[in-house]
Design a protein. Structure first.
Length: 334
């Protein structure tokens, strides 16, 4: 009976990885909700699934965890763990992991108490663009506080690291070269591969180290023993030229769906509140632009912001030229 089965083995886990616009979401929906023995499909992937398992689709994209910008983040309403964060919060792999484990182990927090649901077997499909979230879920050694002490590989203690990077963590240290130098101290291998001006990747690598006490360059070094045994992993690939074409079409579709209006509303009402809660000054905003963290890492937002600013300020004479510059750059950065 299911009561005699360890919770980690009750589920059939399906992991879907791949670049933006590669078709991850459509594949995930088919695998989660279409019956494996349906007569109207020849999908070989479906033949791997067990039809009697109750399906669930779980988000593993950090940007889709926010309760804002559903068009810009291409959020799927059928996916669990979407829109679970306020805009001023910062997505954390540890928070995501806790929520996923709550689902996998049938636990929910109600009135401050842990309530365990009746256990049953499920077919869980996890889909996302934040690969290290999924790596963290599969690797039982992630988050092991003693790992670097045991291996003697930690370049500095966590307390020293937090002290040294306090300004960075508070958002008051944003100079790209200085931040890149900090990354080089803790993860020289990854720092050698990423340009100092690629602030998004540098920021992500530093925060990964803080949360996991593990180098970002080692994130794909999976343990020999995975946390779960019943796992199928799909990595969706796509021809680069076709991928570029799909991304351009997606951006056009998002604009048609109301992307510009969504970003204008966010810029006018939510961005000021977020920056206020982060103690990010007007001077910093003028000199450095919006921070490369939290919801501001949403693909295309920083690239389209000059056009959005022009709309907000009602500078109609700037809108035509600015739009032509910003929308192509948003699709390029995707």
């Amino acid at each position: 009976s299911s009561e005699n089965v360890s919770p980690v083995h009750r589920h059939h886990l399906i992991i879907i990885l791949g670049p933006t616009a590669s078709g991850k979401s459509s594949l995930a929906s088919r695998l989660a909700f279409q019956h494996p023995h349906s007569s109207n499909t020849n999908d070989s992937a479906l033949s791997l699934l067990k039809p009697h398992l109750s399906p669930m689709l779980i988000n593993a994209d950090s940007q889709q965890m926010y309760n804002a910008l559903p068009i810009a983040t291409n959020r799927d309403t059928k996916v669990s763990l979407g829109a679970v964060l306020e805009t001023h919060q910062e997505a954390s792999v540890l928070d995501w992991m806790r929520m996923v484990l709550d689902i996998l182990h049938g636990e929910q927090i109600q009135d401050g108490n842990v309530q365990r649901e009746q256990t049953f077997r499920r077919r869980i499909v996890l889909v996302g663009g934040t690969d290290y979230y999924l790596h963290y879920l599969l690797n039982p050694q992630e988050g092991d506080n003693s790992e670097h002490q045991k291996n003697g590989q930690e370049s500095c203690s966590v307390s020293d690291f937090y002290e040294k990077l306090q300004d960075f963590l508070n958002g008051t240290l944003t100079e790209p070269q200085i931040v890149h130098n900090l990354l080089r101290e803790v993860d020289p291998e990854y720092a050698a591969r990423v340009h100092p001006k690629d602030e998004r990747k540098v920021d992500k690598a530093l925060r990964y180290f803080i949360h996991n006490k593990r180098k970002y360059s080692q994130r794909n070094a999976l343990s020999k023993h995975l946390r779960y045994s019943n796992v199928i992993l799909f990595r969706v690939s796509c021809n680069v030229s076709l991928l570029d074409e799909r991304i351009e079409k997606r951006v056009d579709q998002m604009v048609h769906q109301g992307l510009i209006e969504e970003l204008v509303t966010f810029r006018r009402h939510q961005e000021p509140e977020i920056l206020k809660k982060w103690h990010y000054s007007d001077k910093e905003l003028r000199e450095k632009g919006v921070p490369s963290r939290g919801i501001f890492q949403c693909i295309g937002y920083k690239e389209m912001r000059p056009y959005i600013d022009a709309l907000v300020r009602h500078q109609e004479e700037q809108v035509p030229n600015t739009e032509g510059e910003c929308i192509p750059s948003a699709s390029t950065i995707s």
